[in-house]
Design a binder for this molecule. Structure first.
Ligand SMILES: NC(=O)c1ccc[n+]([C@@H]2O[C@H](COP(=O)([O-])OP(=O)(O)OC[C@H]3O[C@@H](n4cnc5c(N)ncnc54)[C@H](OP(=O)(O)O)[C@@H]3O)[C@@H](O)[C@H]2O)c1
Length: 254
């Protein structure tokens, strides 16, 4: 990490830091000097992430973010323990694929609870007076699925499109507080989520072959997404707000 992305002493909350992109993002941000607080459900995995971080002063808080009414208390505890925030990365997310006729309201609700409602509630809580420092940056992890449609993906795609739309609106509202907010939209990225998805549809299926041909730069490594997030959290991105930045190996050009 060069000095263009210097996050020395910045307190950044990473929600969804126990695996995949969130874990790698925490590691990358720590190498840029940030002090992290890690959140996810699985305590053992949060501790494993903690052990891979550079620097000192990091903390974790095991929490189920789909319990929306508990988010305020979690945020308060984090700030009490480690100070007000300079940034948040919302990397928690679940994937769910099923045909329209199986997408009953309760299924959609559980998907949206994690992918959308908890994101908005986390943003709402950390942007209250006394909980953030001037210049705070927020990055949500959306997906290229917000722009591309496919059968069985209606819930996942819609939850990510909702994130992107919310960010365009929130950006205008929080600009007066000196806060910037954006999303990144990764294409297929080498994490547990992609392995589960590939197992589901078959690694040699026509759908998988088509997806791979559209993402012509190849499967993305989590480090590449993490570096983009680090950029959006850094002073180098000072005039960027309200956008969705694809990190998609070329998929949106197809
Ligand atoms: N991998 C891809 O190809 C890809 C592509 C585009 C976008 N994305 C998005 O990137 C984000 C990260 O995904 P990933 O690929 O890194 O998957 P992952 O390895 O499965 O990570 C998901 C993270 O979300 C956390 N999480 C899930 N439900 C939670 C809950 N109720 N409360 C708290 N934390 C919760 C998980 O932690 P616990 O299980 O410990 O709670 C884990 O840390 C997701 O939003 C995903 O939609 C991924």
């Amino acid at each position: 990490m060069n000095t263009l992305i210097d996050l020395t002493g910045k307190h950044i909350l990473v929600i969804g830091a126990s695996s995949g992109i969130g874990k790698q993002t925490a590691i990358t941000l720590s190498s840029a000097g940030a002090k992290l607080t890690l959140v996810a459900r699985t305590e053992a995995n949060l501790i494993a992430t903690l052990h891979e971080l550079e620097g000192k002063g990091h903390a974790y808080c095991a929490a189920d973010i789909s319990e929306l009414s508990g988010i305020e208390e979690t945020v308060k505890q984090i700030i009490h323990k480690n100070g007000s925030l300079d940034g948040m990365v919302y990397a928690a997310g679940i994937s769910m694929s099923m045909p329209l006729q199986m997408f009953k309201p309760e299924k959609l609700q559980s998907l949206f609870d994690v992918n959308f409602f908890a994101f908005v509630e986390s943003v709402r809580q950390i942007t209250k007076k006394g909980r953030y420092n001037p210049g705070m940056r927020i990055v949500g992890i959306s997906s290229i699925a917000s722009l591309k449609g496919d059968k069985t993906h209606l819930g996942y795609s819609a939850s990510k499109a909702a994130m992107d739309a919310a960010v365009r609106c929130i950006a205008k509202e929080v600009a007066g507080k000196d806060i910037c907010i954006n999303t990144v939209a990764p294409g297929m990225t080498a994490t547990g989520m992609l392995s589960r998805f590939t197992d589901n549809i078959g690694s040699n299926s026509e759908s998988m072959k088509e997806l791979k041909s559209r993402q012509y730069l190849g499967v993305i490594q989590p480090e590449a997404v993490a570096k983009t997030i680090a950029f959006l959290l850094s002073p180098a991105a000072e005039y960027i707000t309200g956008i969705t930045l694809p990190v998609d190996g070329g998929m949106t050009t197809c």
